[in-house]
Design a protein. Structure first.
Length: 97
């Protein structure tokens, strides 16, 4: 499973209904599970991002489908980052020529 970090910011719609954010995070978890993705952690943050979450997904296609599913609801805009563990990075570095 690949690890992904998602940075999210509330849209105008999302901040107007911010009191629903915990319910929406439960819905994200359920949607992710339908796609074979696990929501590992979610944090509401100060600074340039309103939410930071980590997921484990089988591939980029599943993770892209989740991102699009979240985007079409209109509550957040997301940026998804593929993350590499130390072990993953060791494998990558072993292929560097």
């Amino acid at each position: 499973m690949a690890t992904y970090i998602v940075l999210a910011n509330f849209t105008e719609q999302g901040i107007k209904n911010v009191s629903d954010t915990l319910k929406r995070s439960d819905a994200v978890k359920a949607t992710a599970q339908k796609l074979g993705i696990t929501l590992k952690d979610i944090y509401w943050t100060l600074g340039s991002c309103d939410i930071v979450a980590t997921f484990e997904a089988p591939d980029d296609v599943a993770m892209t489908a989740l991102g699009l599913s979240l985007g079409k609801l209109g509550n957040v805009r997301t940026q998804t980052l593929r993350a590499f563990s130390a072990a993953d990075m060791g494998s990558v570095l072993s292929k560097v020529v």
